[in-house]
Write a protein that binds this ligand. Structure first.
Ligand code: ACO
Length: 310
């Protein structure tokens, strides 16, 4: 019976035994995972755009090769995550279409423009750094296929974070102009990166249930704090600052205290009114339309093979 199934499911969660694709699960658990994993997959593929913008203008061949590899990794992450979502019974095409139609979200951070080369380094360092803090926690998510996909993704993300830090280190040790360029990129990305972790715990409608289901192991605010604690020493090592006058070390708690986040900005961006929302979706729609002949060709080829076999 359903009650027995539920009991069995609850017992597995309590014992930290992962839930697998063929196991019984409450429908709301399944739907919540499709929402989060789908959104996560969309973020990976939309996230290719801001950095791809600099592929043709990378300052050296080495930087270009590294950036190309990194952008390709993001496509791979999208593919693992779409596959993980499909194990829950959704169709990849359906959720992809929902993203193109603006009916499914992707991370707010990718709606900000990359104005100069320093932005590319800062994305690797701060954006991928924030993504790792969130994704390391997801390696222990209760749904097996999602958790396992996170393990490889985290290994690649830590390479991305290091390539970003290495790029910003070069700027930090460069000319006054390069230093100023880096500081400007940090100033623009700092607050949007803190917003990546989602609304504060009091305003996060999914958190309580997702934590009870052990999909989320830490709250949005806990992960944001962890990121700030990790990152401030790195900022200092670079000789840079955060655009936050309230950022201070709190000896008693062993954490950095930071200023208030302008939540209205996050909600505006999520609603589709960020600087690049229109441009990002337009690029993805165009790519989908430009690929139509490939899909049609593959279908025609499969059909021809079927007829021949018959
Ligand atoms: N950007 C866009 N939407 C967001 C963001 C954000 N930074 N933060 C929260 N939201 C959305 C949520 O998706 C949710 O919307 P929905 O109900 O329409 O689905 C709503 O705001 C309320 O937020 P929460 O209740 O806090 O939602 P949730 O429990 O899903 O937590 C979080 C949000 C932390 C982002 C979670 O979904 C998560 O961990 N996702 C996986 C990680 C991820 O997607 N990373 C992508 C960026 S990293 C990268 O791609 C390199």
């Amino acid at each position: 019976t359903d009650a027995q199934h539920q009991q069995h499911f609850d017992a597995k969660l309590a014992a930290d035994i992962s839930i697998e694709a063929k196991d019984w699960m409450p429908d709301a658990y399944r739907q919540n995972l499709i929402r989060q994993i789908g959104q996560h997959a969309h973020s990976e593929v939309i996230g290719m755009l801001p950095e791809a913008n600099w592929l043709t203008r990378a300052p050296t061949l080495r930087r270009k090769a590294v950036l190309l590899a990194k952008v390709q990794d993001e496509a791979g992450h999208g593919l693992y995550l779409y596959s993980a979502a499909e194990t829950l019974g959704c169709s990849r095409q359906d959720i992809y279409q929902k993203m193109l139609d603006g009916k499914m979200k992707y991370s707010s951070i990718f709606n900000y423009p990359t104005l100069n080369w320093a932005d590319v380094g800062v994305i690797g360092w701060l954006v991928d750094g924030a993504a790792i803090v969130n994704q390391v926690a997801l390696c222990r998510a209760s749904y097996g296929p999602y958790a396992r996909s996170m393990v490889k993704i985290c290994k690649e993300e830590s390479f991305h974070q290091r390539q970003g830090y290495e790029a910003v280190m070069a700027l930090a040790h460069g000319s006054e102009q390069q230093k100023a360029m880096l500081q400007d990129a940090i100033n623009r990305f700092w607050w949007p990166v803190l917003m990546m972790f989602g609304p504060s715990d009091n305003d996060s409608p999914h958190s309580a249930q997702s934590m009870a289901w052990k999909i989320k192991r830490h709250s949005n605010d806990e992960l944001r704090q962890k990121f700030v604690d990790n990152t401030v020493p790195q900022l200092e090592a670079l000789g840079m600052t955060a655009p936050d006058a309230d950022l201070t070390w709190d000896e008693a708690s062993g954490h950095y205290r930071f200023g208030d986040i302008d939540w209205s900005e996050l909600y505006q961006v999520i609603k589709g009114q960020g600087q690049c929302n229109h441009e990002r979706l337009q690029a993805k729609r165009q790519a989908w339309e430009n690929g139509a002949w490939v899909r049609e060709g593959a279908m025609a080829h499969a059909e021809k093979n079927r007829t021949r076999a018959a």
